[in-house]
Design a protein around this ligand. Structure first.
Ligand SMILES: *[C@@H]1O[C@H](CO)[C@@H](O)[C@H](O)[C@H]1NC(C)=O
Ligand SMILES: *[C@@H]1O[C@H](CO)[C@@H](O)[C@H](O)[C@H]1NC(C)=O
Ligand SMILES: *[C@@H]1O[C@H](CO)[C@@H](O)[C@H](O)[C@H]1NC(C)=O
Ligand SMILES: *[C@@H]1O[C@H](CO)[C@@H](O)[C@H](O)[C@H]1NC(C)=O
Ligand SMILES: *[C@@H]1O[C@H](CO)[C@@H](O)[C@H](O)[C@H]1NC(C)=O
Ligand SMILES: *[C@@H]1O[C@H](CO)[C@@H](O)[C@H](O)[C@H]1NC(C)=O
Ligand SMILES: *[C@@H]1O[C@H](CO)[C@@H](O)[C@H](O)[C@H]1NC(C)=O
Length: 878
């Protein structure tokens, strides 16, 4: 999400609308996609409520739903319109039944457009910690802030974009370019957020890997991500499956198409993959203005339309649902059970999180920072009232934010122990990224600029900073002996002395497509993988005059380091990722050695952008529907570099410490025995039963003398319209249902059976332990990464190794050791069998290599699944 309408003047809206009428013909028509890719039909939308962990919530919800009128039901399944309430999304209510409007609010790293909130480190930073405890703790803190402001639905975590394209604009909102790292980051965020009663929204389903051309607009259909079923299951769906397994309440559908069919009405994706196979019990919400049809999207499984308006010309008070949904029920086009299921899913989720008990209403307004303002800014004439109560929800969340920012810092290079710095070191600091934006830390809407310390990318995934602890603030607070040159060009007056340590700050930014920053329309289209603001030249110039140079990088993803990486004076390089508000002391604690760095790269840093497969480039303009075909299959990031035997500059998982660790005494223990396919799935439990009769038209009539707000979206129809729709139900004109349409519920596929899929997929098949000992001279935390290598006997093509689990230790003192336990599940040793549509263990007796180490290219311990033994100090597979 989301469009930035504050910037739209009325005039531009009118111009925009004019073009729409000219150009909107035929864009919803399917456009040819490359041969072989098929968007198959999957109907009907599976009813929710069949897993035992949701039974009680569905029971409560069904009691209410059975008693709602048609207009109440269709009011709950859509937003009341863009800018028609305090939150970025506001559903209609059914107050008679005690159902309030629900508030949906961005975004993944903190409350967007709010006040007195924490600006947490971004997802990518959290991923770089490789720390499950911190991932969950961040979720709890986020949940407390959203609840504290009265938000029902947190619009995060983002696990797609997966980071397939290094230039992709929103990779930083997620946790890294590996499905398992992304899955732990996402699922632990879901668990944390929902532990305090806030509904989490895992997004964006699916294959939303490029910003530009993502939306169905007036001029073009959204980009089509064309990918096969195995790639979908083994990469892009994996984190969604784990989020569903954690009980996520909501899933957001992406803007783009998959195989030519818009995700918001892709029945195979929503009905088939998400609701039937993954057993998702919550509700499916559209991304903002991603919905492009009424009946079709309902049949395909969409449950909630946000913000409620039609996608072509929002703001005029038109909707595909609301009153049109009422009409579609009365005229018989959408079966009554589909609406009942959608409403039940929404209300069951509300009960599942306990939001029926003392849940606070919103106390902030995403549209303004003023205390008073229009209640419905999207209306021409709106009643005024109190809109911001400035509730402080920060509590002590700065602590967890700082800990994440600190433990994410990834030390890439540290020649001759240049770091840590001595407290007495004389520092010369260069680069505008070291200090706060001089125009104000929140001077750019949705952080749509790269000026001053880069704490987050831009777009709906941003938050306002309550403060910014900049690196310079922290040097100052520490009493460092430093001189700061607040410039990105090398100053002539820096007076180098031989003992100086030069610290250079550079950055690389990206964000969401509705804002273009320095010619980058979300994606790093023009910046490429280069440091911004001539950062390379700044490092080169400093390195020419100073003999000890430390480079600190705030970045959304990989940048090419080659222009200066090997210069003799570039002694140390740190990636501080996107630290949010806690950019300062988190960094100085590492630089001065209060703690050892313990972050690891959540992606590969190549030597050249040409080292990636060509299919990972951004797709440029194409007439018709832009096609983005995932021909590289599973081979993104390290999976590609390993297969192609290209040595990157720094491998996935790389990260140095000030100390060293040994991994010894590894053991592997078989737990659940393997079979080629998982045992049969449990049957679906029962789901709420309701009358399927079309309700009387009177249930949708406007109440007499209702004070309408212009452009507000209501679910009522004029009496004549409602009656006409009802008459149509018994006429011979039938809705042109898509091929493959049916309204008979199915038992569900073999790969399903519980939230996340067949529960046997998550059985532990091997448990592994390893002793980690601090063998160096300083305390520090170690990360153990576990990768799986498929047996040589397996004929199906698999990546050389794939991350399957990881753990981070607490601080280990010098000489101290601890035992770390990891696990390998059935799913971890399976491949997706496209023919059988199930997870398949290609060789149950084969020797799987279970590798452990500190990076994908530093795997020094190997356990064998068949041999049952483990070896240390062996040569890794890379
Ligand atoms: C896309 O097409 C491929 C190739 O036919 C197929 O394997 C895959 O399941 C399709 N995906 C979706 C979401 O329709
Ligand atoms: C249904 O609504 C009616 C009237 O509003 C009320 O009397 C009745 O108790 C409700 N039933 C349930 C199960 O909530
Ligand atoms: C729909 O929700 C709006 C906003 O809360 C409310 O004003 C309206 O009365 C609701 N309609 C019905 C049918 O309950
Ligand atoms: C019923 O109403 C919906 C919403 O306006 C419309 O899309 C659909 O075509 C109608 N069905 C029939 C059979 O007219
Ligand atoms: C590291 O230190 C040693 C000993 O002081 C020195 O010989 C060597 O050149 C240094 N290496 C680099 C890359 O500076
Ligand atoms: C800072 O370092 C310089 C150069 O070593 C030294 O002359 C100066 O006294 C130091 N200043 C402080 C406040 O320590
Ligand atoms: C670890 O293995 C070594 C031999 O490799 C052995 O000497 C030592 O006792 C073992 N330590 C533990 C804690 O099992």
């Amino acid at each position: 999400m989301i469009f930035l309408f504050h910037h739209f003047t009325m005039l531009s809206l009118i111009v925009f609308s004019f073009f729409s009428t000219v150009l909107s013909t035929a864009i919803d028509r399917r456009i040819p996609i490359p041969a072989g890719y098929v968007a198959a039909p999957y109907y009907p939308a599976p009813h929710g409520g069949w897993t035992s962990d949701w039974t009680e919530s569905y029971r409560k919800a069904s009691l209410i739903v059975s008693n709602l009128t048609l207009a109440e039901k269709t009011n709950i399944t859509a937003g009341t319109g863009i800018f028609m309430g305090r939150c970025v999304g506001n559903t209609g209510s059914a107050l008679r039944a005690g159902i309030p409007q629900l508030c949906l609010q961005d975004g993944p790293l903190g409350l967007r457009n709010s006040d007195h909130n924490t600006a947490f480190p971004a997802g990518i930073t959290t991923g770089a910690t490789f720390d499950k405890t911190l991932m969950r703790a961040r979720g709890v803190a986020l949940g407390e802030e959203f609840r504290g402001k009265g938000v029902n639905v947190y619009l995060g975590p983002s696990v797609g974009a997966l980071g397939r394209k290094p230039r992709g604009g929103r990779n930083w909102e997620g946790f890294g370019s590996d499905p398992v790292l992304q899955a732990f980051g996402g699922a632990l965020t879901v668990e944390g957020v929902q532990s305090v009663g806030v509904i989490a929204t895992i997004k964006h389903l699916i294959a939303n890997e490029q910003e530009q051309f993502r939306m169905y607009s007036l001029v073009q259909p959204g980009i089509s991500s064309n990918l096969d079923d195995r790639t979908l299951h083994e990469l892009y769906l994996w984190p969604f499956a784990e989020g569903v397994r954690s009980g996520v309440g909501s899933v957001m559908i992406a803007y783009n198409a998959v195989n030519g069919s818009a995700c918001s009405q892709n029945s195979y994706l929503i009905n088939g993959v998400l609701k039937d196979e993954l057993g998702f019990q919550g509700f499916v919400v559209s991304d903002w203005l991603a919905q492009i049809s009424g009946v079709a999207s309902a049949l395909a499984g969409l449950d909630l339309s946000m913000p409620g308006d039609i996608h072509t010309i929002p703001l005029l008070g038109s909707s595909y649902w609301m009153y049109e949904y009422s009409r579609s029920i009365l005229n018989g086009s959408i079966p009554v059970d589909r609406l009942n299921d959608a409403v039940t899913r929404i209300l069951a989720t509300w009960f599942q999180m306990g939001q029926d008990q003392n849940y606070p209403p919103p106390t902030f307004d995403t549209n303004t920072l003023n205390a008073q303002g229009p209640l419905y800014p999207g209306a021409l004439f709106s009643p005024q009232g109190v809109v911001n109560e400035f509730v402080n929800v920060q509590a002590n969340h700065a602590e967890v934010a700082r800990e994440i920012a600190r433990d994410a810092i990834t030390l890439l290079k540290n020649v001759n122990s240049t770091l840590p710095l001595a407290q007495a070191a004389t520092l010369k600091i260069f680069g505008t990224d070291a200090e706060k934006n001089p125009d104000g830390i929140n001077s750019c809407t949705d952080q749509g600029c790269n000026k001053g310390t880069l704490g987050m990318g831009w777009g709906s995934g941003s938050a306002r900073y309550p403060y910014m602890d900049s690196p310079i603030d922290a040097f100052k607070a520490r009493g460092s002996n430093y001189t700061f040159f607040n410039t990105d060009s090398f100053p002539s007056n820096s007076k180098p002395s031989p003992g100086d340590v030069a610290v250079v700050f550079i950055s690389a930014d990206s964000g969401e497509n509705y804002i273009t920053v320095e010619n980058n329309p979300g994606d790093r289209t023009s910046a490429g993988l280069k440091a911004w603001h001539n950062g390379d030249k700044l490092v080169q110039d400093v390195a020419a005059k100073y003999s000890t140079v430390v480079v600190v990088v705030h970045t959304v993803g990989p940048i090419i380091l080659e222009p200066w990486h090997d210069l003799p004076s570039v002694k140390a390089i740190l990636f501080a990722h996107l630290p949010g508000q806690e950019a300062g002391s988190s960094l100085t604690q590492v630089l001065y050695g209060d703690v050892s760095p313990s972050g690891h790269l959540p992606y590969t840093i190549p030597k050249s952008e040409a080292d990636y497969p060509a299919s990972l480039s951004l797709v440029g303009f194409q007439p018709g529907q832009p096609q983005d075909t995932f021909t590289e299959g599973l081979y993104i990031d390290y999976r590609h570099f390993n297969k192609a035997k290209i040595t990157p500059r720094y491998a996935f998982g790389h990260g140095l410490s000030y100390t060293t660790f040994s991994f010894t005494n590894a053991t592997i223990t078989p737990v659940t025995p393997l079979s080629s396919y998982p045992p049969a799935r449990p049957a679906k439990g029962s789901t709420p039963a309701y009358s399927t009769a079309i309700p009387p038209a009177s249930e949708a009539y406007w109440p007499a003398n209702f004070p309408r707000i212009w452009r507000y979206l209501y679910s009522w129809l004029e009496k004549s319209d409602a009656d006409a729709a009802a008459a149509r139900a018994s006429s011979t004109t039938k809705y042109p249902y898509p091929a493959g349409y049916s309204n008979v519920q199915r038992p569900g596929p073999a790969a399903g059976g519980a939230q996340g899929g067949n529960p046997a997929l998550f059985d532990t098949v091997f448990s592994i332990s390893v002793r980690v000992t601090n063998t160096g001279k300083r305390p520090g935390k170690a990360v153990v990464q576990l990768y799986i290598q498929f047996p040589e006997s397996v004929e199906v093509d698999t990546p050389v190794v794939q991350l399957r689990d990881f753990e981070k230790t607490g601080v280990l003192g010098v000489g101290e050791g601890t035992e770390v336990r990891l696990r390998v599940t059935r799913k971890d040793v399976s491949v997706w069998d496209m023919e059988k549509q199930n997870w398949w263990v290609p060789d149950t007796e084969g020797e799987y290599g279970v590798w452990m180490g500190e990076a994908v290219d530093r795997l020094e311990v190997r356990c064998g699944s068949r041999s049952g033994g483990c070896e240390e100090g062996v040569e890794g597979p890379i």
